[in-house]
Structure formats: C-alpha cells, structure tokens
Write a protein that binds this ligand. Structure first.
Ligand code: GDP
Length: 485
C-alpha cells in the first residue's frame, strides 16, 4: 500500500515554520533562494562566486539594483538556522584563491548562508523610509534529493519493480552486474539478516555510483541519499535495496519484510522531513544543469539527463499528481534554469546551448505548468576558466576557447598534465537540439574538457580579486532583483 503522502503534522509544521519566517520577516524581509542541480552541476561554484561578487562590490551590470547605483552594501549575516550547516564560503573561496587555485569540494549535503543586502528602493514611498534591507538566505542542496519525491507515493514492491527493470536495461548491464549477481544468490523469503541487507545495499549503491561516472553520466536513479547521503553516510536508514516481489506473502522475519520496513522508514524519516523542513520554505529556485557533460557522453546520457530533470522538476509543479504539492503551492514564484560552464564554449554557441537547455526541461514544463511560477533559462558560467580566441584551420576560422585542462584530461590520444594551456575548438552544437537525443551517428563530435580554475585574477576597486563570469549578474537579477525595487 502506498503510504499517505502528507500528514496533518507535516502541514502544521510547515505552517508554523512559515509563520516563524514571516514573524522574523517583519523586521527584515527574507527571501529564501534554493540552489540545486545534480552533482557536479556547479552549485558550489555558483554560490561561492555569487557571494564573493556581492561582498566585494564587483561589477554586476546586469543586476538592476547595482546598475542603478542603489545597492549600498552586502554583508554576511549571523547564521539563521542552528539545525542546518552553514555553507562553507570561506573554505571554498580559499581553494579558488589558493596557490595554485583549485576547484573546491562539491555539494554533498544541505547547507545555507544568509546575506544581508542594504539598498535604496526606487519606489518613492519606500525610499522616504530610508535605506531598505533584504535578507537573502541561500540554500544549497543536492538535486538527487528531489528524485525521492515520487517515492512518497510508491510502495516497496512498486519501487523495486521499477529499479530492477532499470538495472536490467542493456545500457546499464556492466554497472549493474555485481548487484544483480548478489541479488540472484539470496532468497528474499529467507530469514532477515543485517549482513545480507548490508551486502545488497552496498552493491546497489556501487551500481548507482558507477552509472554516474563521467563515461556513462547516467543520472536517473533514486533513492537520492544513496548517491548523496549527506549526514546519513553509513546510517542503517540506507541499508536497503530493491528485491523481486516474492511469490507468496513474506513473513515478518523475512529479508523482504525487513527491507520493506527500511524503505518505508527512509521515506518517513529522511524524505518527508527534507521536503517539509527545507524545500517547502523556498521562495525562489535556481536549477543548474551541466548539459555539456551529458553531451560529451552521448545520446543515452542526454536522454537520461532529461528524464532525471523531469523527475527533479516534478517537485516544482502544481497538480494532483504531485504528492506533496498542497504543501508548497504558490510558494516558489520564480525558477531559473541555468546551463552551467558556458565558458567551455565560444559565446557564439551560447544561444544553441540555451536551446538545448530549453529542450531538456521542455518535457517537464509541457506536462504541467510550474504552479504559476515565472521561469526563465540562460547559459551561464559562474567562474570563467577559459577565454576566447580563434584559429585558422584549412582556411576556415574556428572559434576556440583557451585554458589549461586539468591533469589527466584526455583528447584523442593526448593526455594533459595540468600545466599546458591549449586553444580548443570544442565542436559545433547542433542547430536543432533534437538530434542530440537520437542516435550516436546524428551527434556531432564534441569535446568538453575540465579546465583548471582561472589564475592571475584582476583586482577590483576594493582590492579584492575579481572572478570573470558569464551572465551571473543576469541570473541574480532574475532571482532577486524584483525584491529590491
Ligand atoms: P556541485 O556543487 O556538485 O553542483 O558542483 P561544483 O560547483 O563543485 O562544480 C563541479 C565542477 O564543475 C567544479 O569542480 C569545476 O570543475 C566545474 N565547474 C563549476 N562551475 C564552473 C564554471 O563556471 N566554469 C567551468 N569551466 N567549470 C566549472
């Protein structure tokens, strides 16, 4: 039986939480901005760059309050929530400014940070009251956790059937084999025992992780915490795995019944509290998408990214199909989809990258509207690791990007050592994004490498280093600009 998706206590909890937000908001209005995306989409870099740009008063011409000279100052505020870890801004920045600079550690769990922005309103009435203030709470969380929403309406048997069907798909054969082998050697109706449960859970988790590697880049795989456990690393809440439905009713002491109980506990102790305590309180959301990594891996990865995004985005839709939509209808009123790492392409290709992003999220938007939320999409690089150039090839001028690939990055037979700067023509994105979802033959040859973070940063007027970016200012303007009028 699918469990009842929401409870009176959930609703009460959210109502009280929102009341508390509103109560503190009477002193200073607070905007809660969710930053999500699948792992390595660019969340950590986006948040770090955003905070650094705001704190150091860097040039953000696309951000209206700054362009209009109304932004007075931004500071880090006291951490507002004892139950949620603080986003490790200082450590991430130190990594990016180190000698040599390195990319910081990526998002592995939920964290948040509050900025207080002081500005002059452009409304005559509001400006008579003096300087206005806005608290911006930035909440960073793994997109994988959103994949868990559908589990709330799925029984263990239903989820198992789907997960096993996926694991048996030819595209996943290599990664899934050890898990399927382990599964074939156990009897689900046999006596429950922790060691078997653990062995299966480990094999299942390894299969999920292997599917996500760069070569496969497959992403549609709940339960989200198996991939991104956060603080639950090693917890018994994660020791379950899908099992084939037994022919007869399982006894209470059977392995099947035990894993079923753990699956239900995962839903009530892990999944539901996340949606209730964090997700339901967001006002705005940016969804970061690393489309280029999927393009590198081929049509299967692109199609899989689309399925994963459809699943992730179902959380933002209103409708009866969404099991907890009642809880957060009309709260999130703006969603920005951003294709990250646009600096891996020449700017002339950015419109095509945006077209691909739109195609990736189209399915999700077509099936249901985003609860009246305004949506927009753009191609962005929170920190540019490359600059642009051109090369002549057989009389043809090719638009290139110039940067230093990370140690071990490979292009054909060449393996880079992390010290050589190169000019790369990454290939042409197709005019029609549809071809990327079809056969390998219709996919153009594309080469997106990982580059080292930028060195020799210029200094801004405040004496702070300035990170080059692409459209970060425009993203910020869409996400918070209207709240600073
Ligand atoms: P997340 O926190 O898991 O979503 O991802 P991160 O923010 O840690 O980014 C993952 C990796 O993507 C980084 O380590 C960088 O290698 C790369 N990356 C992120 N943002 C950018 C960007 O704007 N430009 C480039 N070239 N690489 C980026």
């Amino acid at each position: 039986m699918p469990s009842v998706p929401t409870t009176i206590t959930d609703e009460l909890g959210i109502a009280l939480g929102n009341l508390a937000d509103a109560a503190t908001g009477t002193i200073t209005p607070t905007l809660r901005l969710g930053v999500t995306g699948l792992s390595r989409a660019g969340k950590t870099i986006f948040i770090t760059a955003l905070i650094h740009n705001l704190l150091t008063g860097a040039r953000l011409p696309g951000f209206a309050p700054m362009a209009e000279g109304r932004l007075i100052g931004v500071r880090l505020a006291e951490h507002p929530d004892n139950a949620t870890p603080r986003f490790a801004y200082e450590n991430h920045l130190a990594a990016l400014l180190g000698t040599p600079p390195v990319w910081p550690e990526s998002t592995r769990r939920i964290s948040q940070l509050r900025l207080t922005l002081r500005y002059q309103s452009n409304s005559w009435l509001k400006s008579q009251l003096g300087v206005s203030t806005l608290n911006l709470d930035i909440v960073d969380y793994p997109g994988e956790w959103l994949l868990d929403l559908p589990l709330l309406t799925k029984s263990f048997a239903e989820w198992s059937a789907e997960a096993l069907a996926l694991a048996r798909r030819p595209a996943r054969a290599d990664e899934a084999k050890p898990f399927l082998d382990a599964l074939s050697s156990i009897d689900p109706l046999g006596e429950a025992d922790d060691v078997t449960a653990e062995t299966l859970a480990v094999a299942f988790t390894q299969y999920l992780r292997a599917s996500k590697g760069d070569a496969r880049a497959l992403s549609t795989l709940p339960p989200g915490r198996f991939l991104m456990p956060g603080d639950l690393e090693g917890s018994p809440a994660l020791t379950f795995a899908p099992l084939p439905e037994p022919a007869s009713t399982p006894r209470h002491q059977s392995l099947y019944a035990m894993l079923e109980r753990r699956y239900e506990a995962y839903k009530s102790v892990v999944v539901r509290p996340f949606f209730r305590d964090h997700f339901a309180r967001l006002d705005r959301q940016i969804v970061l998408v690393d489309a280029l990594r999927a393009l590198n891996a081929g049509p299967e990865a692109v199609a899989d990214l689309e399925t994963a995004l459809t699943s992730v985005l179902s959380c933002f839709r209103q409708g009866t199909s969404n099991p907890i939509s009642r809880l957060f209808t009309r709260k999130i009123d703006r969603i920005l989809f951003a294709a990250t790492k646009a600096d891996l392409l020449h700017h002339t290709s950015h419109p095509r990258l945006e077209a691909i992003l739109n195609r990736l999220v189209a399915n999700a938007s077509r099936r249901a509207k985003f609860a009246g939320a305004e949506t927009r999409s753009l191609a962005m690089a929170a920190i540019r690791a490359t600059r642009e150039g051109t090369v002549k090839d057989n009389g043809e001028t090719l638009a290139t990007i110039i940067g230093t690939p990370e140690n071990g990055q490979r292009l054909g037979d060449t393996v880079y050592d992390g010290t050589t700067e190169i000019a790369l023509f990454p290939g042409d994105l197709p005019e029609n994004p549809e071809s990327l979802f079809k056969s390998v033959e219709s996919t153009p040859q594309l080469n997106f490498l990982r580059f080292l973070p930028p060195t020799d940063l210029p200094m801004g007027e405040t004496g702070d280093p300035v990170f080059p970016y692409i459209r970060l200012d425009r993203a910020l303007d869409f996400l918070i600009g209207d709240k600073m009028q």
